[in-house]
Design a protein around this ligand. Structure first.
Ligand SMILES: Cc1ncc(COP(=O)(O)O)c(C=O)c1O
Length: 474
């Protein structure tokens, strides 16, 4: 493809992109294809000769689009969102065009210095103390892994990096029984062993019980196991429960244990001063992560990782082969040493576009609006005769189930709600997902999509009730 053709196709694609965002409501939110349906339409071998872009694009529309779930659909109430926004998409277009590999300062000084500045903005925007320094990671999973590895190196005086784990004591990591699955994955990768992840009991609001945490730490210490790190969550995946950060932080300080705070989704609510009760005590943490790529209108991937001691992070990951040595040395940030991959995309650009385009006030207004819409729906569910809430709503995730009159058996209700979810999603009008809380099949409805309006929430609730009524009449 030569540049004149690139120009022509790019103009067409921009029109397609704007149309898509404008008309995204016309698509079923969740893709309705069957397993292997897309695969069956793709030729077994690649073409030996190049094809016209018009042909390729036709197949994109005919084959690929039906197999897409529309995360930017305003009625996407599933999982946690992976929001984008027009300024973020524009940032990604430029990042793709410049295609710079921003591993060290010299390979694009603007990328390194913009990242330094926007992470400082973001730290202040979510009310983290100035003692934190930020770096963009691809995902919260990676950020948490970086935190656990840094804790491991710190506690072993950086010996495990040199000599490996053999001969080292066993290290334990603590997180609530509601923690995200990535913590378990990270514990496995970091060499702690899954058996040494202590899943601490939660209270009736699904938040970590600090007394149980302290007992577990003391028990391990008595048994010769080194308590390494606590991962506390602001906004668990199941129900956005808020672990009590201050109490947990005090326990960590008392016992000399590293504290990582995972606020992957709910951290965006910290843009609002009135939501900062969630992070009370965060100054006691060693590291903190939240994902602008979830709720802060910034395309995946963009995970904001903040550390108190960048020196410890860098010492954990630094590798300096001859071919990467540059004269700027420690006067600049060489972000290749601040995480796992060497190569880095220019992610700060889209974040800068988003923050400047909406302004802090604009972002706060959008988040406040999401919280208000979620609250209003939760109130309706609470008042309803045949639906019930299954967890307190702390942010903007509603956990509930259908409970038709006369049915009290949890196993039966689990079956009914599973069927309800399947049928609701098959309408294509909205997309929800589920979890299990105390063994109960729980419908999750997250109000956080960039373009969601009150009408979308109302329509979603209507569809849920209609489908539920249909189930009763079978
Ligand atoms: C609380 C929490 N932590 C971590 C993650 C993992 O996020 P990522 O996909 O950025 O690794 C999630 C994902 O939903 C989450 O909800």
């Amino acid at each position: 493809m030569d540049i004149p053709e690139f120009r022509e196709q790019a103009h067409k694609l921009v029109d397609w992109m704007a149309d898509y965002l404008e008309n995204v409501r016309q698509y079923p939110v969740k893709s309705q294809v069957q397993p292997k349906e897309i695969l069956g339409k793709l030729p077994l071998s690649p073409p030996s000769d190049g094809e016209s872009f018009d042909n390729i694009f036709r197949d994109f529309e005919d084959i690929i689009m039906p197999g897409m779930t529309h995360w930017q659909h305003p009625s996407f109430f599933a999982y946690f969102p992976a929001n984008s926004s027009p300024p973020s998409v524009l940032g990604e277009m430029l990042t793709a065009t410049l295609a710079a590999q921003c591993m060290i300062w010299q390979t694009s000084p603007a990328a390194a210095e913009l990242e330094e500045r926007v992470m400082q903005w973001l730290r202040d925007m979510v009310g983290l103390p100035e003692s934190f320094t930020g770096v963009i990671q691809d995902t919260a999973s990676t950020a948490t892994l970086c935190s656990i590895l840094t804790a491991r190196e710190q506690v072993s005086d950086f010996r495990i990096n040199e000599q490996g784990l053999s001969g080292a004591p066993n290290y334990a990591v603590y997180a609530s029984s509601e923690t995200h699955s990535s913590i378990e994955k990270d514990v496995k990768i970091a060499g702690m062993g899954r058996e040494y992840l202590r899943k601490i009991d939660v209270d009736s609001s699904f938040a970590m019980n600090p007394a149980a945490l302290e007992e577990a730490i003391e028990r391990d210490r008595q048994n010769g196991i080194v308590p390494l790190c606590v991962v506390a969550t602001i906004g668990t995946t199941g129900s956005t429960a808020i672990d009590p950060i201050r109490r947990i932080g005090e326990i960590c300080k008392k016992h000399g244990v590293w504290l990582h705070v995972d606020a992957a989704f709910s951290g965006t609510a910290l843009l609002l001063p009135e939501m900062r009760w969630m992070s009370d005590g965060v100054e006691l943490a060693d590291t903190f992560v939240f994902n602008p790529h979830k709720w802060m209108f910034t395309n995946f991937d963009c995970s904001a990782y903040f550390v108190k001691d960048p020196g410890a992070l860098i010492r954990t990951f630094e590798i300096l082969p001859e071919y990467l040595k540059t004269r700027e040395g420690s006067r600049v940030n060489n972000y290749r040493d601040w995480g796992i991959p060497l190569g880095r995309r220019f992610r700060a650009l889209k974040l800068w576009f988003v923050i400047r385009s909406y302004g802090v006030g604009g972002l706060q207004a959008m988040v406040r609006n999401h919280l208000a819409m979620a609250k209003s729906l939760a109130e309706r569910i609470e008042k309803s005769d045949d639906f019930e809430m299954l967890a307190p709503m702390s942010v903007n995730l509603i956990c509930f189930r259908y409970r038709p009159k006369g049915i009290d058996d949890d196993a039966e209700l689990n079956r009914i709600n599973e069927e309800l979810l399947e049928k609701v999603n098959a309408t294509g009008q909205l997309y929800m997902t589920h979890t299990k809380l105390n063994g109960r099949y729980t419908l999750r409805f997250v109000v956080a999509q960039t373009q969601v309006t009150r009408e979308d929430v109302d329509r979603g609730w209507e569809v849920i009730q209609q489908v539920a009524r249909g189930l009763e009449h079978r």
